[in-house]
Design a protein around this ligand. Structure first.
Ligand SMILES: [Fe+2]
Length: 296
């Protein structure tokens, strides 16, 4: 049996069947999955009980792992629960205990409940992210995805013309500030100096234009901050209407892979007294291509 992709009912995401990603996969499977990513931008793989090593091995079929040192006081390397190459999106500390809700590491994680694109605050934002569900709480904790291609397509001609050449500034500080987490050190503020990206980006493989929105975007070059924030908020509201959204209900053993160049996502609430253990591998991307599509 070979890998094939079936559209998920009522959603833009696809489900991959006929492949065991706990084992090395061949060139034909890689090509089929890549084609599926270009078509759907979010792919779901069910019943894949991955180890960290297997998850990394699967992910690097599609590019190079993102590798950035995080400023030391967010979480020092020796305080990490997992090894290099895989990011810990659990609510556990390095001893495997549920972390305090007052832990600033937890404050950073809470910011992921705002709609965002991974690493949009980096000069070269992420390509794909792959999230593996290991332990899933009994309630909540869905991950929602919004299709930024469809959101762009649905804009009227006037809006498309208005945003065609806009440049946004992205910083992790903007998204943390939005949830009232402003207690950042000088080192953190320096580490997360804003970077600039076009608001409309073109996908390098499909050529499709999409909205490059993210909670990390907090300014538009040449605009006042209040005007920019309100406009970005309006665009985000447009782009995350239910018709553009797929909500993933996790089961242990799911792996969901998404293209950050064509989607936004957000984590949803769960009971903090229950363990949520999800682990992410992330592929490095290139600086966004500016969309050059003609505006009707
Ligand atoms: Fe994320």
């Amino acid at each position: 049996m070979s890998a094939s992709i079936r559209p998920m009912r009522g959603a833009f995401a696809g489900e991959v069947v006929g492949v065991d990603i706990t084992k090395p996969i061949g060139a034909a499977e890689v090509a089929a999955i890549e084609a599926g990513m270009n078509a759907h931008a979010v792919l779901v793989f069910r019943d894949q009980p991955l180890t960290d090593e297997q998850q990394i091995a699967f992910t690097v079929n599609f590019g190079e792992l993102e590798n950035y040192p995080s400023p030391g006081h967010i979480r020092r390397r020796e305080d990490h629960r997992l090894g290099p190459g895989i990011a810990d999106f659990s609510n556990l500390d390095r001893h495997g205990k549920i972390m305090s809700a007052a832990d600033r590491v937890w404050f950073f994680k809470l910011g992921d409940r705002l709609w965002h694109s991974d690493s949009s605050f980096r000069p070269a934002p992420a390509k794909y992210s792959a999230l593996s569900g290991r332990v899933i709480p009994s309630w909540g904790a869905n991950t929602e995805f919004a299709d930024m291609r469809a959101a762009y397509d649905a804009l009227d001609a006037r809006a498309k013309a208005e945003i065609a050449n806009l440049i946004c500034e992205h910083s992790l500080i903007f998204s943390r500030e939005a949830i009232g987490f402003v207690d950042l050190t000088a080192e953190e503020i320096a580490a997360f100096a804003p970077v600039r990206h076009p608001l409309v980006r073109r996908h390098p493989a499909t050529g499709r234009s999409s909205l490059f929105l993210s909670a990390h975007a907090g300014a538009i070059v040449g605009w006042t901050v209040p005007e920019a924030r309100m406009f970005l908020r309006d665009l985000t509201e447009h782009a995350t209407q239910r018709e553009f959204v797929y909500s993933h209900v996790w089961k242990p053993g799911d792996l969901v892979m998404w293209d950050n160049r064509a989607t936004m996502h957000r984590a949803r609430r769960f009971d903090h007294s229950e363990v949520r253990d999800v682990r992410r591998t992330t592929l490095a991307g290139d600086p966004p291509l500016v969309a050059t599509a003609h505006i009707a």
